[in-house]
Design a protein around this ligand. Structure first.
Ligand code: IVH
Length: 730
């Protein structure tokens, strides 16, 4: 019995490691999350029964027990070097020329990979087990962050197979993906918790937590990119071979790493990655180009703290410093008033930026922003530029105060880049980065000064809407301030609403851009979206910068837009909290507008992804007589959509109310709820006489008793899964 339990425990560890690797390293899971969870629970149960069998590298042991008091220092056996930077094709060609000269014009191939904006770490594996993880520090010595790195699912605690050297060091970058960063912050915001400032900061701060439980809750990932200290007899010939071996041992390597045969191919790689920069799953600041042959690397050698055989090709910085000249308040489609910083123009993310969103008044307070402040601005890809922090001048700590003198915005970039990662200062800067960021979460707002002291640099919310003069309201506990006028009465809201209505994902009205909408609203020709369909060619053609031809084209586009889909129409209405995906779910669920218009909050809550807040907003929208009139008006003007098969009626559980209770072993309750909703059922939180069916897992309590009292049928999880299976819902 014990033997078989032991064998099962080993088997479970092996299986879980295998699936961990498929999921976290290879991004190719083979089993459902629920199956994985079941294996994990089984392992935990066995380990509870046999505590002395729990191995240090068991998949259950990623999070250690007690928090650390401090990080121990670790001296790197092989120094962690930094890289020379180049920013132009010419500089890259010069570097290439220097390599060629030193190697007597031997052919040179390169291994290129994205330079991820994260935190460099070194891992030591001994006999296939993770023995130590350290930060780069100043390149010579870093800090022991093993307990934290153990929590990162893509870092194996035990390597695959038995071919890895008995002891070796692997280096790589720990980072937070863009998607994980957003999801983490969305959840933190919803829970009223502090958010991460940016992915890089988030990664650095997460690794510097004394309590590994906090690190474990952060979505960290690692890509390995090179070997450090290497024991045993095996020596790779090339960088690419080293990467292949690392991957074979179960370490995660970047699939974007490519072998390129010459400088031209290298330039093509740089162009390709730059073009795809926004679409990559993580932030990068450039590409690392390495001579592929390790023999050539050895012969090229290193100069003070950076190798001659590699170079970092940097893309335009996505962050730069500038000054806030003023703050404007813009009114959005739903009346939300957004403060926008007017900036001294600065070159960032490849363009000159002069506006940056400040989101809301809470954000201004959190930043501690005042007019005239010097700030760090970030523009990544097509994302709206953001002010990410105020730079306290005169502290000299980060050297940024010195940037005051810099006139040319491009210079600001260069200087800033050098400060953070330049060839001469990068060793220091890398370690400072981590040390200067003891908190990776946004700091609490500073204590307020006496409001009686009127400070001209203080940024104040206007008391009246800048567009229509109506009072601005900011409900208790909400960070968003709004214009109190109805959408149809405030020109700013009207313009934004029309822009949304005409946008590509909504009614897709070609040629109806912001400038024209501004004209139409300002001349009073259009108040509501329905007015668009009543425009005539004469009036349109008479507008400045609008010829007869454009007027006719616009009318044609307007007429074409009348034929739409229910989902697009719902989205076009601009109901608060109803984005494109929610509109699609609503359309699929209700099939037509009439049942949606008349749906109660409870009816709405059963729609996939519609929670109580969204449901309330939808109901509120359709309860407003102005909105109902607008919808009628639009339909009266000929807006129509093909009938969607009324899914509700075709569904096997339509009209039934189900209740879930107890724990389901195989599926989270939220997923079970979705499955039921997908079959047409409503899922309620409590049992009544009208409940059609109760699904009860272990631990079901009061609801089960109620079901018995009312004579409501009860099924267990197995029966529930059978039902899902027969309905093709599994
Ligand atoms: S190779 C000899 N490859 O860039 C230097 N570095 O200054 C070996 N980095 O902080 C570094 N992605 O953490 C290399 N694919 C990559 C990288 C990468 C990011 C970082 C690294 C270090 C800095 C080098």
């Amino acid at each position: 019995m014990t033997d078989s339990a032991r064998a099962r425990l080993d088997e479970l560890c092996r299986l879980i490691r295998h699936h961990d690797r498929l999921y976290h390293v290879l991004d190719a899971p083979e089993i459902a999350d629920a199956e994985y969870d079941a294996l994990f629970s089984e392992l935990q149960a066995l380990e509870r029964q046999h505590p002395d069998w729990v191995a240090d590298d068991s998949p259950s042991q990623r999070v250690g027990g007690t928090p650390l008091a401090e990080f121990a220092a670790v001296t790197h056996e092989v120094a962690m070097l930094s890289l020379e930077k180049v920013a132009t094709a010419n500089e890259l060609a010069e570097w290439h020329g220097r390599c060629l000269a030193r190697l007597g014009n031997e052919p040179l191939a390169f291994c290129c990979e994205p330079k991820i904006d994260g935190v460099a770490v070194a891992l030591i594996y001994e006999n296939g087990r993770l023995a130590l993880a350290a930060t780069r520090g100043d390149g010579r010595a870093g800090e022991d962050i093993t307990a934290n790195v153990r929590t990162i699912p893509s870092v194996p605690l035990r390597l695959q197979g038995d071919e890895a050297p008995p002891r070796f060091e692997v280096r790589g970058e720990i980072y937070i993906s863009k998607q994980d960063f957003k999801a983490f912050n969305d959840r933190a915001k919803a829970a009223g918790e502090r958010t991460l400032v940016n992915p890089r900061n988030g990664a650095a701060g997460s690794l510097r937590q004394l309590d590994p439980k906090i690190t474990a809750a952060r979505p960290l990932k690692m890509y390995c990119y090179s070997l450090g200290w290497l024991g045993g007899n095996w020596r790779p010939q090339t960088q690419v071979e080293a990467l292949e071996r690392l991957a074979a041992w179960g370490l995660r390597t970047n699939p974007e790493a490519k072998l390129v045969q010459d400088l031209t191919a290298c330039q093509a790689y740089l162009g390709d990655i730059e073009q795809r920069r926004d679409a990559l799953a993580y932030d990068i600041d450039g590409v690392v180009v390495k001579v592929n042959s390790l023999d050539q690397q050895r012969r090229l050698g290193a100069v003070t703290r950076r190798p001659r055989w590699a170079v970092a090709y940097k893309y335009p910085a996505e962050e730069a410093t500038t000054r806030v000249l003023d703050v404007d308040f813009q009114v959005g489609r739903t009346g939300a008033i957004t403060p926008v910083a007017k900036l001294e123009p600065v070159f960032v993310g490849g363009v000159t930026v002069s506006n940056a969103t400040l989101h809301n008044m809470d954000e201004i307070e959190r930043l501690g922003l005042r007019l005239g402040d010097r700030v760090m601005v970030r523009r990544a890809g097509d994302v709206i530029p953001q002010v990410i922090k105020v730079i306290k001048e005169g502290t000299g700590a980060s050297g940024e105060a010195g940037l005051d003198d810099v006139q040319d915005p491009r210079m600001a970039n260069t200087v800033e880049t050098d400060l953070s990662d330049g060839p001469d200062s990068s060793d220091q800067a890398e370690s400072d980065d981590a040390k200067n960021t003891p908190v990776d979460v946004q700091e609490a707002p500073p204590a307020d000064e006496d409001p009686a002291l009127v400070d001209p640099s203080r940024i104040q919310l206007p008391s009246q809407c800048p567009a229509c003069g109506s009072p601005v309201v900011r409900p208790e506990g909400e960070s968003v301030a709004r214009c109190s006028a109805a959408a149809t009465l405030c020109p700013a809201q009207r313009k934004e609403g029309l822009q949304h209505y005409a946008s590509r994902l909504a009614m897709d009205i070609e040629g109806l851009g912001q400038k024209l909408i501004d004209q139409l609203v300002e001349t009073g020709m259009v108040k509501t979206p329905a007015d668009l369909y009543r425009l005539d060619v004469e009036a349109l053609a008479a507008l400045p910068r609008m010829g007869r031809k454009s007027a006719e084209n616009l009318l044609r586009a307007l007429s074409a837009s009348k034929s739409t889909s229910l989902a697009k129409f719902i989205y076009a209405l601009g109901i608060r909290e109803v984005g494109e995906a929610t509109a699609q779910n609503l359309a699929a669920h209700f099939g037509d507008l009439a049942p949606l218009r008349n749906a109660s909050v409870e009816d709405l809550e059963v729609v996939a992804d519609v929670g109580p807040i969204v449901a309330a907003k939808i109901a509120e929208y359709f309860n407003n007589p102005d909105n109902r009139a607008l919808v009628d008006d639009l339909i009266g003007e000929g807006v129509h959509w093909p009938a969607v098969p009324a899914q509700v009626a075709a569904m096997p559980l339509a009209g039934q109310t189900w209740v879930l209770t107890g724990t389901l072993a195989e599926m989270p309750r939220s997923q079970a709820k979705q499955k039921l909703v997908g079959l047409g059922a409503k899922v309620a939180g409590s049992v009544s006489r009208n409940t059609a069916q109760v699904v009860a897992g272990p631990g079901a309590g009061g609801k089960l008793e109620k079901a018995e009292e009312f004579g409501v049928p009860v099924m267990d999880e197995t029966a529930f899964f059978d039902l899902l299976r027969t309905n093709d819902a599994l």
